[in-house]
Each structure stands twice: as C-alpha cells, then as structure tokens.
Design a protein around this ligand. Structure first.
Ligand code: DQA
Length: 145
C-alpha cells in the first residue's frame, strides 16, 4: 500500500506559526510522525509540502497510477481552491482531509472546504495526531474495499 501525504501553505512554518492554534511541534516532527506511522503499518509513503496551489495540483496528478490513497491538509487552500478539489476528483483516489485545528470552531471564512468535497473522511482538531489517525483510517478503508 502506498500513500501520498500532502501539506499546503504555511505548514512548513509549524512550530513558529500561531503556536496557540497549531502547537509547538515543527514540520520535521510532523514528517517523522507520518513516516513512523507508515513504517509501523507497512505503508510506503511520499510526503509533499508546498506553498503553491499549482504545485499541489501537479503533485496530486502525479499520484495517479502511483499511490493508493491521499492524506491531505490543503491548509488555507481548503477554503479557496476548486483546482485542488478538481485534482482530487480527477485522480479518483480515496483521500482523507486533515486539519490540525478544529476549523469548525473558527472564522466563518474557514467553514467551507472545497477539497473536503472530494474526501471520504475529515479529521480535525486532533493536532498532529490527526495525520496518524488519517493514515490508520485510510488503510482500514482500503483494506475493506
Ligand atoms: C489548517 C486550517 C486552515 O484554515 C488554515 O488556513 C491552515 C491550517 C489546519 O490544519 O488546521 O493553514 O488547515
């Protein structure tokens, strides 16, 4: 089984950006958590982080015929990007949306998720552990199919 884990803009600033919302662990810690979780579950993983919408679209497209599933935190693009939604739909891979914070309790402009419309599951408000939960959930989902 092979997963692509995608992180959108400003997630490279984890640990520095708004630690009261996103915590004090940095992107390297997130990467380690994802790699350790996948290694323990026998899942091959590619991680990708970009601050650029088109680069994220390109990477999702490249997963076609390569990955079995996608875990994605599109960050701010969650609430704006029809292009990322369309890319997820185009490749047709099961995807789980992750948000570190509980976006449901935040500003009105965060209440729409375009990417989420192409995802089989959303995990939010669990901190970095949400990525671990998403990987486990997606593995089980794929095994049950
Ligand atoms: C986020 C929530 C988004 O609203 C925000 O723009 C982010 C991070 C989260 O992980 O909680 O950059 O996706």
């Amino acid at each position: 089984m092979k997963f692509l884990v995608v992180n959108g803009p400003n997630l490279n600033m984890l640990g520095i950006r708004e630690p009261n919302i996103y915590g004090r662990q940095d992107y390297a810690a997130l990467e380690k958590l994802v790699r350790d979780t996948c290694a323990a579950e026998n899942i091959e993983v590619n991680l990708f982080q970009s601050n650029h919408e088109g680069a994220i679209v390109d990477r999702i497209q490249a997963a076609y015929g390569d990955a079995d599933g996608i875990v994605i935190n599109p960050a701010a693009y969650t609430h704006t990007s029809v292009a990322i939604l369309d890319a997820l739909k185009a490749v047709g891979l099961p995807a789980v949306e992750v948000h570190i914070s509980d976006v449901s309790q935040r500003e009105d402009f965060r209440q729409i998720s375009y990417a989420g419309k192409a995802c089989v599951k959303t995990i939010m408000g669990q901190g970095l552990d949400g990525y671990r939960q998403a990987i486990l959930w997606l593995k089980e989902y794929l095994e049950k199919r």
